[in-house]
Design a binder for this molecule. Structure first.
Ligand code: HEC
Length: 209
């Protein structure tokens, strides 16, 4: 078969042409993606990175439910401007216990990856209930209902931990059994603040350059 007739065949059969286009364009993607999947740093936690506690995990689910990542990214790029504004750039090993990732791509508000420890719990509480009380010009929405709902109402925490355990996160049976008690008496806002306060704390001090 000459080259010309093969070309003709491809052009005349739409299905074949689409397959050919997908095949050729996927090569570039695979060349970039496959080697990265083998990288150990994607599976090895950074030195201080640990699994989320029951309370933090609940806070993380609230963060997802309320759409915080629509306005906030959680990834600091290795660029001087970003590092000076937000702190040490993000490392792959800090995200091994994130399912799913909340890197985000929209920054209507500041990046939150290193927000842990930046403000007091009390500041976060006021800010979440009404951002304008602490940042006069803020356009962030208010989330007053977080202070009125029980953290335990966000779902079966034991089931969530067990699902993550199956995926290889090192939760013990004792962790899972103790989880509901850790949520007892807490409001959703407490869990969300616990989550915010641990964001970006997974990197050992010697690497925080
Ligand atoms: C409509 C966009 C928008 C949404 C949605 C949003 N924020 Fe914000 N956020 C902002 C803006 C703008 C700022 C900067 C002004 C301020 O501090 O209030 C901000 C600031 C912050 C800060 C302070 C960060 C810093 O370093 O100064 C935190 C913490 C925060 N937001 C958490 C949250 C959480 C948690 C949620 C979800 C419950 C959320 N935000 C939802 C826009 C948003």
């Amino acid at each position: 078969m000459s080259g010309l007739s093969l070309h003709r065949k491809l052009e005349e059969h739409v299905g074949l042409l689409i397959f050919g286009i997908l095949f050729v364009s996927s090569i570039g993607g695979l060349v970039q993606i496959l080697p990265v999947l083998e990288q150990e740093s994607l599976e090895t936690p950074a030195a201080n990175t640990r699994v989320y506690s029951a309370v933090e995990l609940t806070g993380r689910d609230i963060y997802i439910r309320e759409g915080c990542s629509v306005c906030h990214s959680q990834q600091i790029r290795p660029l001087i401007a970003e590092v000076e504004r937000y702190g040490p750039y993000s490392r792959a090993g800090e995200f091994v216990y994130d399912r799913s990732f909340l890197w985000g791509s929209k920054r209507t508000g500041p990046d939150l990856h290193r927000v842990g420890g930046k403000f007091s719990d009390a500041w976060h509480r006021v800010h979440l209930i009404n951002p304008r009380e602490v940042v006069t010009e803020s356009i962030m929405p208010a989330y007053p209902w977080l202070a009125t709902r029980a953290a335990s109402a966000t779902g079966d925490i034991r089931a969530k931990l067990r699902a993550l355990q199956r995926l290889g996160h090192p939760y013990t049976e004792a962790d899972i059994d103790a989880a509901p008690e850790q949520l007892a008496g807490l409001q959703e806002i407490d869990a969300l603040i616990a989550y915010l306060q641990m964001l970006g704390t997974g990197l050992p001090a010697e690497q925080t350059l």
